[in-house]
Design a binder for this molecule. Structure first.
Ligand code: DOR
Ligand code: ZN
Length: 358
């Protein structure tokens, strides 16, 4: 029998860009409605590199949450060549951040202060291994000679494998994986200390989507969409039941002017429709029974956090994606799948189910 309603433990988003100021205020309600907690990326301008900055950023987020929301932002530290291991330890002990983010310098948006070589952060990684603080990795080679579509696969062997060997107890999340090679790499690691997040766009689209009838800047993100065989491998990994894979949207809002430009920004604003998109994928893969583990259980277990207690319900009822967000200064944010219709709807216990069903 076709499943019509899917109640699940409230999910978390283990990889999210919330930005700051007006943009934060505009995009936060979408994530707060969908998720219980989120790992908040630190690539602001300037980046969040200290415990003080992380605590201040958390206060900003809490200060603009919709009234009554119980959404919990989980803060991260942006690693630089100069990050002090003692600050990482103190910030983690104080609860200022729960993880640290490794951006190879130049790999992506606002990564220019990132790490230029793993050797530079050897002391930081040793401390993180010691205290059980997860390292979140943007896994792409920054070697300009490497083809943009091969950057993730090259990173696995050139950087990640030696890093894991050097720090055998370090907890690592390979963020937003995009290739069969990365899925396989994570799947084969028996230790339980290596995991990966997967975005909705990489489950739904291959690289043709960026060029369908013309250039499609709203399908551009980093790591970039890959070939169909990679998309299929990611769908297999996400729905496999392996606890090493969990939900991380990488929702990354940029205004339409910054996207639709001669040098458009990487990033897809998926927060408003993330769960509807993910559940559609699980439905297509006939794996609805594995959705809760991917969305709500695996990430919390990996991070050593209790699962959420609330329940949300997904309904087999169409969502038309129509809402663009207008900022006070006239800029506009367009959500992932704008203008399209997804077969699932998200309801909260206090939503009017009759209205949603009609
Ligand atoms: O597409 C992306 N956008 N990838 C990233 O790694 C960063 C993000 C952003 O901050 O816009
Ligand atoms: Zn990201």
């Amino acid at each position: 029998m076709t499943v019509q309603t899917l109640p699940i433990r409230r999910p978390d988003d283990w990889h999210l860009h919330l930005r700051d100021a007006d943009l934060l205020r505009a995009v936060l309600p979408a994530s707060a409605r969908q998720f219980g907690r989120a790992i908040v990326m630190p690539n602001l301008k300037p980046p969040v590199t200290t415990a003080e900055a992380a605590m201040a950023y958390r206060e900003c987020i809490l200060g603009v949450l919709p009234p009554g929301s119980e959404f919990t932002p989980l803060m991260t530290c942006y690693l630089c060549d100069t990050t002090d291991p003692a600050d990482i330890r103190a910030g983690f002990d104080a609860g200022a951040f729960v993880a640290a983010k490794l951006y190879p310098a130049g790999a992506t948006t606002h990564s220019e202060y990132g790490v230029t070589s793993i050797d530079r952060i050897a002391g930081v990684l040793a401390v993180m291994q010691d205290i059980g603080m997860p390292l979140l990795i943007h896994g792409e080679s920054t070697d300009p000679a490497v083809d943009v579509f091969d950057r993730e696969a090259v990173f696995l062997h050139a950087t990640l494998r030696p890093l894991l060997a050097r720090y055998p107890r370090l907890k690592v999340v390979l963020e937003h994986i995009t290739t069969a090679e990365a899925a396989d790499f994570v799947m084969r690691d028996p230790s339980g200390r290596l995991a990966a997040t997967i975005t909705p766009q990489h489950l739904m689209f291959n690289r043709n989507a960026m060029f369908a009838g013309g250039i499609r800047p709203h399908h551009y993100c980093l790591p970039v969409l890959k070939r169909e065989r990679h998309r299929l491998a990611l769908r297999h990994a996400a729905t496999s039941g392996s606890p090493a894979f969990f939900l991380g949207t990488d929702s990354a809002p940029h205004d339409t002017g910054a996207k639709e430009s001669a040098c458009g920004c990487a990033g897809i604003f998926s927060a408003p429709v993330a769960l509807q998109a993910y559940v559609t994928v699980f439905d297509e893969e006939q794996a609805l029974d594995r959705f809760e583990a991917f969305a709500s259980d695996n990430g919390a277990r990996f991070y050593g956090m209790p699962p959420n207690q609330q329940t949300i319900t997904l309904h087999r009822s169409p969502t038309h994606v129509s809402g663009q967000i207008d900022l006070p200064d006239g800029r506009r944010i367009r959500p992932f799948l704008f203008g399209e219709t997804l077969p699932w709807t998200l309801a909260w216990p206090d939503d009017d189910l009759d209205r949603i069903a009609s």
